[in-house]
Design a protein around this ligand. Structure first.
Ligand code: NAD
Length: 479
């Protein structure tokens, strides 16, 4: 059992005083394999106070030293890659082989990528007679979800530290292990006391205490639209800066003349990755009406290859969902859709005897106003829908409350790019082009506010400050 009873505050591990031990559940065995003790209000205050105290020194630390510190964190994380993979795979349910690459290898490389970007970042520019400096926003509360725990922590903590901010992290109480290992990596990397702090606990208690804390300058939140709305309301009362990465209901729009087989294969794979627990998953496959039947046949044949099982087994393609509650919610949305007239493509697969599984599901006969076509499911469920003209397809793709991601499949021609430009989503892939960690990531509408990843992620934690210079000072600068 991993007993995580410690928080990381002001450069040291110390006992958590919240008094509640939250079990960390293995999503396949359904048994606890650890506990995580919650922080008290006084612990949260101590963490924010430490971050505030550290801010002046860290923000004045030369960028080259901040970059070196972040590279040391990356190296220390790399030493723990196996432990990270096993823990995240057990918590979240992603097959271990995939978790090693996507949940662990990618995020660790991202620590180094952010360091590279910070080293070449334009921290100061000239606008006429003004000097425009990029200065750190201050003390940042980072609140993260469970589905890609280390990836989401990395997307906030690494750029915030490089920007010169100090951080208090509250990870998801359902998948806290990677945050403990990160705190250990920070300790080994020898960051100054208080620059990075870690508190644990539930959102409404510990998360909200952080958001309300008067010494927090910015809240960077990734999670549900429900919690994001609540956090934004609290933060706006104090005019705190916010960044919100929220839910999605992304569409893959297949244009006439596209490679339908490739479109169905890649869209299904994206939807089933991490058992559908991916905010940017393309969960709506939109095809011209005349291609619906062919798309259904392709999807049915592919579904047979999505083998459910033990995430530790190399042959498993689909693991369990994170929790019993998530399993119930996802299965409920699928059952409601079937009751409302949707039709399951292929057979209803039998589930492993334990683990929070939902069978990979493709639904046809889905109408645009059904909940399954509009709401984020966050499970392995793809809806297949038809459209008439390309304009109708674009309107359907843009018709939900979300705008996080999208995909377009079409001939290699300017028209395909024109359609991609008309999707109201933060990132759009054409013909299966892969994820780019250096490109901006974030949403329109109820998918959020702000952008993460690459240099855009560093921007998120900076404020431009302009200093107007009289001619005599300008002359001193140019010499
Ligand atoms: P969640 O909103 O329940 O929790 C996310 C985090 O917020 C957790 O740490 C939780 O403890 C905390 N929290 C919850 N209520 C809070 C409150 N009132 N005050 C402060 N903190 C609070 O989300 P989840 O179930 O952990 O994650 C799934 C959701 O995250 C999905 O909707 C998914 O789309 C979204 N997500 C978005 C992105 C993105 O980049 N846009 C990435 C991953 C996940």
């Amino acid at each position: 059992m991993n007993q995580h009873t410690q928080l990381f505050i002001d450069g040291a591990f110390m006992p958590a005083n919240g008094g509640q031990d939250i079990p960390v559940i293995d999503s396949f065995t359904e048994e606890p394999f650890g506990t995580c003790r919650t922080a008290s209000a006084a612990d949260v205050d101590a963490a924010v106070t430490a971050a505030r105290r550290a801010f002046e020194g860290w923000s004045a630390t030369p960028v080259v030293d901040r970059v070196a510190a972040v590279r040391r964190v990356a190296a220390a994380l790399r030493d723990q890659a196996d432990a990270l993979t096993v823990a995240i795979s057990r918590e979240v349910g992603m097959p271990r082989k995939l978790a090693a690459r996507i949940q662990v290898g990618g995020p660790i490389s991202a620590w180094d990528m952010y360091a590279d970007l910070a080293a070449e970042f334009e921290w100061e520019t000239r606008v006429g007679h003004s000097l425009v400096q990029q200065v750190p926003t201050g003390v940042v509360a980072c609140i993260t979800p469970w589905n890609y725990p280390l990836h989401q922590i990395t997307g906030k903590v690494a750029p915030a530290l490089l920007a010169g901010c100090t951080v208090v992290l509250k990870p998801s109480e359902l998948a806290p292990t990677s945050a403990f290992l990160l705190a250990e990596a920070v300790r080994q990397a020898g960051l100054p006391d208080g620059v990075f702090n870690l508190v644990h606990g539930t959102g409404p208690e510990v998360g909200e205490a952080l958001v309300r804390h008067p010494e927090v300058d910015m809240v960077s939140f990734t999670g549900s639209t429900r919690a994001g709305r609540h956090i934004a309301a609290i933060a706006s009362g104090d005019i705190k800066r916010i960044a919100l990465e929220l839910g999605g209901k992304s569409a893959a729009l297949v244009l006439p003349g596209a490679d339908l087989a490739a479109a169905v294969k890649v869209t299904l794979a994206g939807c089933m990755l991490n058992s559908g627990q991916t905010c940017s998953a393309t969960t709506r496959l939109l095809v011209p009406h005349r291609d619906l039947e062919a798309a259904e046949v392709l999807a049915r044949d592919l579904l047979a290859g999505y083998r459910m099982g033990d995430p530790a087994d190399g042959a498993t393609r689909v693991g369990p969902l994170i929790s019993k509650a998530q399993q119930r919610k996802v299965q409920g949305l699928i059952d409601d859709a079937l009751a409302a007239g949707a039709r399951r493509v292929g057979d209803d697969a039998s589930l492993p005897t334990h683990g929070f599984f939902v069978a990979p599901t493709v639904l046809a006969n889905v109408l645009p106003d059904m909940a399954i076509a509009r709401e984020e499911v966050f499970g392995p469920a793809l809806v297949l829908m038809g459209y008439d003209s390309v304009d109708d397809g674009i309107a359907l793709a843009n018709s939900t409350d979300y705008g996080l991601a999208g995909a377009v499949w079409g001939p290699v021609a300017p028209d395909t790019l024109s359609v991609a430009r008309r999707l109201r989503a933060g990132q759009v892939d054409i013909n299966g082009a892969p994820f780019n960690p250096a490109a901006p990531f974030g949403g329109f509408k109820k998918s959020g506010i702000g952008r993460e990843n690459g240099r855009f992620g560093i921007d998120e934690f900076l404020e431009p400050v302009s200093i107007q210079l009289p001619p005599a000072f300008i002359e001193t600068l140019s010499t």
